[in-house]
Write a protein that binds this ligand. Structure first.
Ligand code: F6R
Length: 620
C-alpha cells in the first residue's frame, strides 16, 4: 500500500521526507515523490521506480530548488493508472498552488474528472487522485470558500467517496498541511516544534515516539507547534494519543511478529478495497474493460488459469460462475494449460489470476489463449505488470503489496475479485436479475466485517497448535466450496511448516485416503453451512464421524449455531453465518493462522520467507 509522510517544522523538509519514504519501502511501491513549500512556489519531484530514481532526479534539479520546512512525500503502489512518472504523487493543481498525496481509492473520480474537464482543466495523469488537487485549487480560487484553505479542504473532502488518506499542501499557507482519513490510516507524530504525518509510524519513528491516531472521517490541521483535529463537518474531534514503543523493524510489521501475520490482519481491508467501486448505479463494473457487455454475452465457455493459491481461488471462480452464469468453466494449472492443447476459440473467456502479474506459467498460458483467439481477463494485484498488460481486460485486486511469500490477503482478494467477474458475466448474459446481483454484492460487502470477527480466533488457534506441536502430517477435508479451502489450508501448511499436508474432497475419502487415518492424525474439516445445500452438510457430518471412529483428531470449522458437528469435534472453530458461496472468505482465515503457528513448532522461524520459495516465479 502507498506510504505517506508529512512534515511541518523548523528543519529542511527534504531529508526528513526522504528518510520517511525510505522507512516505508517495506510496504512495496512502484514510484515515489516529494513536494515542498516555503511560500514561494511549490517544488515537486517524482519518479517511477525505486527511491534511487527519485534521488537521482533530486540530484539533477539540485537540493537548492527543494528548500522548505513543509513537505509531503509518497511512495505509490499503483491502483488507478500505470506506474509511470506522470502517475506518481504528489499531484499538483492546474495553478501549481496545491500539492496532494493520496492513499486509497476515490470511487467517484470518473464523474469528478468529467466535471473538471468540463471546466477546462487538463488532467495530466491517469490516477483517481489528481482530481483532489484541482478540486482544492478551484474551491480556494472561487466561490464561497475562496481564500480559505481550511474551508476549501473540508468542502473537497466532503465531495470525495471511497477510502482515502490524503494530505493537502497550499503555497499560500506554507506553515501548514491539512490532512484527512476515511477508512485508511493516518497518524500524527508530535515533536518539539515540529509535527509529522504518516500512513504508519515507520514514517517518523526516528524523530518522535509521541503519536496520535486519527479516527474515522477525521481531518487534521497541522502546524509546527500544534495540531487541530476536526470532523468532516468542521466540528472539533479528538484523536487517540499513544506512545510508540517499537523500533523501526517492529514498526514496519505494524507490531506483528511477521509480515504474514500483519497481512492476515489486513484481509478485511484487502477485500473491502477490492470490492470498492465495482458496484455503482445498480451495475457491476470491471477496471480496464476492453471487453464490452456484448463480448461477455457472447462467451460460451470459461477457462481459469493460475498457479498455487491463485489456482485455488480459481476453483472458487468455477463454482461461482457455473452457479451464477450457467456457462461451463474449466480450470487448469497454468503450467499444464498450453501443453495440453485445450480447445479455445473467440467465444472462450480465459480468466488469468495472478497476484504478481509476472508468473511465467500464467503469462505463457495467457499468450497461448490469445494466440488461439480467446478473450483474456486478468485478475491481478500488481498494476502495470505483464499479465494485465497482455490481457484484454483486467480487474485489479486491492490487497496492497504482499511481502510474506505465502499468499494470504492476496488470495482472499482474488476470491472477491473472481466473484465480481462472475457477477459481471451474469449481468451481461442476463442469468441473474439485477436485484439478485445486488443481493449477492451486498453479502460480499458484509464479508470484511465478518473476517474481523474470524480474526479473533487467533488465540484459540495458537492453543490448538500448541497441543498439536510438531505434527508430521495433516489432512484437510471440505465439500463444495469448502474443497478449495481445504486445498489452500494444506498448501499453507506445506509451505510454512515443511510437512506433508493433503487436501481432499471429503466424499473422496472412502475411495482411498481414509487408509491414511490413524490414531491422533490431525484432520481439519471445513463444514458447509447447514443452511446451504443441506445434503452436503449432513454428508460431511458423516465423514467426520468416519474419521473420528478411526482415531483422527478433528479440527472442525463450522458456522455459528451449527450444533450438529459438536459431538465430533476435538476442536471447533466458529465462523459467522454467511451464504454458502461466501464461506471460503471466512473459513480460510483460521487455516492461515494454523499454518503460521504449526510452522513455529516444526522449526520454521521465518514464516515470511519459507525455504525454496520465491514471491514471483518468473521461470516456467
Ligand atoms: C502460495 C503462493 C503461490 C502463488 C503462486 C502464483 O502461498 O503464494 O502458490 O499463489 O506462485 O503466484 P501469482 O499469484 O503471483 O501468479
Amino acid at each position: 500500500m502507498c506510504g505517506i509522510i508529512g512534515y511541518v517544522g523548523q528543519r529542511q523538509g527534504l531529508p526528513i521526507a526522504l528518510d520517511g519514504l525510505r522507512n516505508m519501502e517495506y510496504r512495496g511501491y512502484d514510484s515515489a515523490g516529494i513536494a515542498i513549500t516555503q511560500g514561494a512556489g511549490i517544488a515537486a519531484v517524482k519518479r517511477a521506480g525505486k527511491l534511487q530514481n527519485l534521488e537521482d532526479r533530486i540530484d539533477e534539479v539540485g537540493v537548492e530548488s527543494l528548500k522548505g520546512t513543509t513537505a509531503i512525500g509518497h511512495t505509490r503502489w499503483a491502483t488507478h493508472g500505470r506506474p509511470i512518472d506522470e502517475n506518481a504523487h504528489p499531484h499538483l493543481s492546474y495553478d501549481g498552488k496545491v500539492a496532494i498525496v493520496h492513499n486509497g481509492i476515490i470511487e467517484n473520480f470518473a464523474s469528478l474528472r468529467d466535471e473538471l474537464r468540463a471546466a477546462g482543466i487538463e488532467l495530466r495523469s491517469e490516477t483517481d487522485s489528481e482530481v483532489a488537487a484541482h478540486l482544492l485549487a478551484r474551491a480556494y480560487n472561487e466561490g464561497e470558500t475562496a481564500g480559505d484553505f481550511r474551508a476549501s479542504a473540508l468542502a473537497v473532502l466532503n465531495r470525495l467517496e471511497g477510502a482515502f488518506t490524503i494530505l493537502f499542501m497550499h503555497d499560500d499557507h506554507p506553515d501548514q498541511i491539512i490532512a484527512a482519513r476515511r477508512s485508511t490510516p493516518l497518524i500524527v507524530g508530535v515533536g518539539e516544534g515540529e509535527m509529522f504525518l504518516g500512513s504508519d509510524v515507520a514514517a517518523f519513528i526516528e524523530h518522535t515516539k509521541h503519536a496520535v491516531e486519527l479516527g474515522q472521517d477525521n481531518v487534521v490541521i497541522l502546524r509546527a507547534d500544534e495540531y487541530e483535529i476536526l470532523n468532516f463537518d468542521g466540528t472539533p474531534a479528538t484523536g487517540r494519543p499513544f506512545e510508540i514503543d517499537w523500533d523501526l523493524a517492529a514498526a514496519e510489521k505494524g507490531g506483528y511478529d511477521s509480515f504474514m501475520l500483519k497481512e492476515i490482519h489486513e484481509q478485511p481491508a484487502a477485500v473491502r478495497d477490492t470490492l470498492a467501486g465495482h458496484y455503482q448505479d445498480g451495475r457491476v463494473t470491471l477496471d480496464e474493460q476492453n471487453l464490452t457487455d456484448e463480448d461477455l454475452k457472447y462467451i460460451d465457455q470459461v477457462f481459469v488459469v493460475a498457479c498455487g493459491s491463485a489456482y485455488h481461488s480459481g476453483l472458487l471462480a468455477k463454482y461461482a460462475i457455473e452457479h451464477w452464469v450457467r456457462v461451463p468453466v474449466q480450470i487448469e494449472v497454468a503450467s499444464e494449460f498450453r501443453y495440453r492443447d485445450p480447445i479455445l476459440d473467440e467465444r472462450t473467456l480465459v480468466l488469468a489470476i495472478s497476484q504478481s502479474g509476472e508468473t511465467a506459467d500464467t503469462l505463457e498460458a495467457v499468450r497461448h489463449a490469445k494466440a488461439q483467439g480467446a478473450k483474456v481477463l486478468a485478475v491481478c494485484n500488481t498494476n502495470g505488470s505483464q499479465i494485465p498488460r497482455e490481457s484484454d481486460a483486467v480487474l485489479y485486486t486491492h490487497a496492497g503489496p504482499e511481502i510474506g511469500v505465502a499468499s494470504t490477503k492476496a488470495f482472499l482478494a482474488q476470491v472477491a475479485a473472481n466473484y465480481i467477474v462472475g457477477l459481471a458475466l451474469a449481468q451481461a448474459k442476463g442469468t441473474k436479475y439485477p436485484d439478485e446481483i445486488a443481493e449477492i454484492y451486498r453479502s460480499l460487502e458484509e464479508i470484511p466485517a465478518k473476517i474481523e470477527r474470524v480474526l479473533e480466533c487467533e488465540e484459540q488457534v495458537t492453543g490448538i497448535a500448541e497441543v498439536l506441536g510438531a505434527v508430521r502430517t495433516m489432512l484437510f477435508l471440505g465439500r463444495g466450496v469448502g474443497y478449495p479451502v481445504a486445498l489452500e489450508g494444506a498448501l499453507k501448511l506445506k509451505e510454512l511448516a515443511y510437512i506433508h499436508a493433503e487436501g481432499f474432497p471429503a466424499g473422496e475419502l472412502k475411495h482411498g485416503p481414509i487408509a491414511l487415518i490413524e490414531d491422533d492424525l490431525p484432520v481439519v474439516v471445513i463444514v458447509p453451512s447447514p443452511r446451504g445445500v443441506t445434503v452436503l452438510h449432513s454428508k460431511i457430518v458423516s465423514n467426520i464421524q468416519e474419521i473420528r471412529a478411526r482415531g483422527a483428531k478433528t479440527i472442525v470449522i463450522a458456522e455459528e449455531g451449527d450444533t450438529a458437528v459438536e459431538p465430533y469435534a476435538n476442536w471447533l472453530i466458529r465462523i459467522p453465518e454467511s451464504p454458502s458461496m461466501m464461506q471460503p472468505l471466512l473459513a480460510t482465515v483460521p487455516l492461515q493462522y494454523l499454518a503460521a503457528e504449526i510452522a513455529g513448532h516444526c522449526g520454521n522461524t521465518d514464516i515470511d520467507k519459507p525455504r525454496n520459495l520465491a514471491k514471483s516465479v518468473t521461470v516456467e
